[in-house]
Design a protein around this ligand. Structure first.
Ligand code: SF4
Length: 239
């Protein structure tokens, strides 16, 4: 695999960026859900084509109930976390949503300043994981969709702090990172990749979060992850 983005990544990123700009320009919060659905469909469609053209050398060892990677820090874009919050509100009753919002806020406070490596050491499951299953699977972040490994034992070892280079299907990670860059549409410097728990706390606790973000209010500033130095790594990427 050559260094740097592949042509399909640029095409996907550009297409989703255009959709993002159009959706944000409407100022209509429901358009964010449409946007995320479209972005996910484009990304998953491209990945299906890549699997046909360039099949994985080994099958993924990812399966339902295996959630090692749900203990890593998760990066998410504003449209994604707003869509997740909306899905939670649609699915759960008011008390359940309020309890999740409070749990997110508590965890975000407890983990403020904890970097990706520190998060691994905590081994704390994602706030959206229940009985080793993702409660928002249909709208899970692109970073989670990109995570894959051909040996779940390597994921467990990485979680135990071993310096492991995971064997994975790189196209899957590449596609989802490119889609995240398109969704990120960071026309505002306070945007960028967000930490999932902190961003979800904001999306659930702030009134009219989607409308305010679309209007340009920097509501997610407190959830922003530090930018990384390597190209491509400031978007997507679970850990
Ligand atoms: S959002 Fe879902 S898939 Fe992603 S880390 Fe959380 S529980 Fe796991």
């Amino acid at each position: 695999m050559p260094d740097g983005p592949l042509p399909y990544e640029a095409i996907l990123e550009s297409g989703i960026r255009g959709l993002t700009e159009e959706a944000v320009a409407t100022g209509v919060p429901t358009q964010l859900n449409v946007l995320v659905d479209e972005a996910l469909a484009l990304a998953e469609g491209l990945l299906t084509s890549l699997r046909t053209l360039n099949p994985p050398e080994q099958p993924a060892d990812c399966r339902e109930g295996c959630a090692h990677c749900c203990r890593f820090q998760v990066a998410v874009t504003p449209p994604e976390v707003l869509a997740i919050a909306e899905a939670v509100r649609q699915h759960d009753d008011v008390d359940t949503v309020a309890a999740l919002a409070a749990r997110c806020a508590d965890l975000a406070t407890a983990e403020r300043g904890v970097d990706a490596a520190g998060r691994v050491r905590l081994k704390r499951p994602c706030v959206l994981l229940q009985e080793e299953r993702c409660t928002v699977y249909a709208v899970r972040p692109l970073a989670c969709r990109g995570a894959n490994a051909t040996d779940a034992g390597q994921c467990a070892a990485a979680l135990d702090g071993a310096d492991v280079r995971l064997s994975l299907y790189a196209h899957q990670a590449n596609v989802m990172k490119a889609a995240a860059r398109g969704l990120n549409h960071a026309a505002r410097p306070e945007d960028g990749q967000l930490e999932l728990t902190a961003a979800l706390a904001i999306a659930l606790n702030e009134s009219d979060a989607a409308a305010r973000w679309m209007a340009g209010e920097p509501i997610f500033a407190g959830a922003r992850l530090p930018r990384r130095a390597t190209p491509n790594s400031d978007e997507g990427g679970k850990a």
